[in-house]
Design a protein around this ligand. Structure first.
Ligand code: SAM
Ligand code: TMP
Length: 407
């Protein structure tokens, strides 16, 4: 039994994916020997409804000066974050001397628009390489982890915040009580905290188990988020389902009693009850579906590789793909290489299974018949870009929500 990070009750594991490396730990062949592994297993706390990793590697092993994820590499994400910045500017940063904080601001994909509007801001970003990229765009960034202590330092230096926003970060932080206490202190009495993360309801409905990896310590639902906020005098006043990252939820939070609560909150909670997100049976069923997905994917890949007499090529060396590759035991005999646009990943190998990562130029040269779509969360952008592949008769292999060949 493990102890829930939110309510400290005992809770049970419902799945183990076995030994896993660091999801974003793309490495050189000299580093194979010393590669770090831990057991990736997930549990559900029936008391506060939080789905969470049982163990997580130390934060410095995941977030450092060579962090491989640069937010701005996706055009879709650029558009998404510009829209969020515009929303913050017009709805919440329109008062006197506004101040905006972002937790996990990465390469400045969102804050660059706040900076361009001349608004006082601060990005809190511990991975130095991406924080530097933000600074080069004129984004004021500090390379530290957000917690209660950091919040106190920000108040002393800059004052209280009108907005604290965060995307794909809050679910990464295990010391949630320190984060929420920091948010509570740092917000102005009328301020808002807005964050978004991959949504548990989508993971359950689509069997998108590749969202489960070391960085994601929590798998949030509206129910579990409401429960944890209540402990800190904070209140969820609105929710907004998003299509990004394969299905996310944006949570709008304020000091309790300061904002009218939208009916969308209760509606979403009712949907979660229908989906059974409060019951262990749902997660046991998810485990069965994940096992079937693994079986279907390995069978399909083996069949294709045998038929075409060469391994397939994969598209997008995503952090998510680390779970799929290692859990399904897919090595270079099934996957020749992974094409990826991130310079820092090219020339390296995928974590654990050690499949080479190459630039899209190599993909062009190799004229593949099949491509395994790892970056399925950027499907539309990729399909628009890769029309030639499809026109020449190329086929996409997908595994979310089901394993199969896209028509
Ligand atoms: N917000 C960006 C986006 O949505 O594209 C980046 C998301 S990236 C998956 C997670 C980011 O959170 C990384 O840049 C990482 O360095 C940062 N991070 C991790 N732990 C953090 C913490 N405790 N405080 C602030 N940022 C953190
Ligand atoms: P993400 O799923 O964590 O956003 O990562 C997407 C990865 O896929 C990232 O390494 C960049 C890569 N990628 C491509 O190689 N080509 C593309 O067209 C897109 C959108 C992403």
């Amino acid at each position: 039994m493990a102890r829930c990070r939110i309510c400290e009750n005992d809770y049970a594991e419902f799945i183990s994916f076995g030994n896993m490396p660091i999801a974003n730990g793309f490495l050189s062949s000299e580093e194979f020997e010393s590669e770090y592994f831990f057991e990736l297993k997930v549990g559900f706390c029936a008391d506060c409804q939080m789905v969470q990793l049982i163990d997580q590697p130390d934060r410095e092993q995941m977030f450092h000066q060579d962090y491989a994820f640069f937010s701005s590499l996706s055009r879709g994400q650029q558009i998404h974050f510009q829209a969020l910045a515009e929303k913050l500017l017009s709805n919440y940063l329109d008062g006197d001397s506004p101040f905006a904080v972002e937790i996990g601001s990465n390469d400045g994909i969102m804050l660059q628009h706040i900076a361009a509007a001349g608004i006082s801001h601060l990005g809190v970003e511990p991975s130095e390489n991406v924080a530097r990229a933000a600074q080069e765009k004129g984004v004021n960034s500090v390379s530290r982890f957000f917690d209660e202590e950091l919040a106190a330092d920000v108040i002393q230096k800059y004052g209280h915040a009108d907005t604290i926003s965060s995307a794909n970060v809050i679910c990464h932080i295990p010391y949630m009580h320190s984060v929420l206490a920091g948010v509570k202190q740092l917000l102005k009495p009328t301020g808002v905290f807005i964050f978004e993360d991959p949504y548990l309801g989508d993971i359950v409905e689509k069997t998108s188990y590749d969202q489960i990896y070391d960085e994601h310590v929590f798998y949030f639902s509206v129910g579990s988020v409401s429960n944890m906020l209540t402990r800190h005098g904070l209140e969820l006043f609105d929710v907004e389902p998003l299509s990004v990252h394969g299905g996310s939820m944006r949570y709008y939070i304020a000091n309790r009693g300061t904002r009218e609560v939208s009916t969308r909150v209760a509606e979403q909670l009712a949907r979660e009850t229908e989906l059974g997100l409060h019951k262990i049976e749902t997660y046991n069923r998810l485990r069965t579906n994940i096992e079937k997905s693994r079986e279907d994917l390995t069978t399909l890949l083996q069949k294709i590789v045998k038929e075409q007499g060469r391994p397939v090529i994969a598209y997008g060396a995503t952090s998510k793909s680390t779970t799929v590759l290692n859990y399904c035991d897919l090595g270079p005999e099934l996957i020749e290489f992974i094409s990826d646009t991130t310079p820092l990943k090219q020339g390296k190998y995928s974590p654990g299974m050690h499949i080479p990562v190459k630039s899209p130029d190599e993909l062009e040269k190799s004229d593949p018949q099949y491509l395994l779509l790892f970056a399925w969360n950027h499907m539309q952008e990729i399909m628009d870009k890769e029309v030639d592949f499809k026109d020449k008769g190329g086929r996409w292999i997908a595994y979310v929500p089901e394993v199969g060949i896209l028509t």
